[in-house]
Design a protein around this ligand. Sequence first.
Ligand code: PHE
Length: 340
Amino acid sequence: MISSIQRYINEVNNENALDQNGIEEIRIKYLGKKGILNELFEQFKTIPNSEKKETGVYLNELKTAVQNKLLILKESIGSDELNLASDKDLTQPVDFNLNGARHPLSIVRNQIVQIFQGIGYSISEGPEIEDDWHNFSALNFPQDHPARDMQDTFFIEKNPDIALRTHTSSVQVRIMEKTPPPIRTISPGRVFRNEAISARAHCIFHQVEGLYIDKNVSFAELKQTLLYFAREMFGEHTQIRLRPSYFPFTEPSAEMDISCNICGGSGCNICKHTGWVEILGCGMVDPNVLENCGIDSKQYSGFAFGMGIERITMLKYQIKDLRLFFENDIRFLQQFETFI
Ligand code: PHE
């Protein structure tokens, strides 16, 4: 029996196959139900016990030889298939992975910044953790003004003089304190208010506020600057209207609406059928604020405005729920400008 096993071992080593079918044939020939190995194991049962040990060694050798042969053949055919694949044109440019998209709030912030940079505004930034002076007092908020209330502002418990800024007007105070006029600057940044999170409000949002201080600055210039901004942002047919309003730091103060960019002013559910949507607050800087910051209010006047980036973005892209901006769901984010 041993010599016939040795013959099979030789035979296995000389086996060859051209493709997967050939390999399968060899497998069945040796390892199949009625294959050579099963046949030999049947015979093995019948030989005298004294021969079993040695014969067993040869049988195992045959089995290993078959398994190795099958492995080798599989590998060589696999690499043939690879060679076939290399017939493809490897000089073709590859498909790039799209690996990111700019956040819609960043896109719109950059647009706002670019529009104002184009008419000579610089960009200023300041701390998100502020003191009472820069966030409120310098801006002419009376001590008992409701906006200082715990409802709206995140204070630091141990020191109520410190708070998370509620607007980026605080940055403008810092600029006025250290820069002699003329001043023309915008301050984009993150602001915080103690609001319940809903589709229309969040405790964190983003603003761009603007400030212009020089001799003889007039309300007409404010209006024209904002009209220019609205048309650059929402299209050349955009109309604006100013409604009287109140802010402690501006006098007179106004809120600005633009003609609804969805229906063009004829009325839809975005503008609640009024044809107008509010986008920002503005006004002439109160002389008290100028004086608080060391600027002579008899020589200088100025205007200021402030807008929420979320609100502008929602209008621009018709996004109905503010919470989408903070969830970072990739399916949402990829709908805007993508880059590689
Ligand atoms: N600071 C105001 C706010 O956060 C916006 C504003 C800025 C209004 C400048 C008037 C002038 O709501």
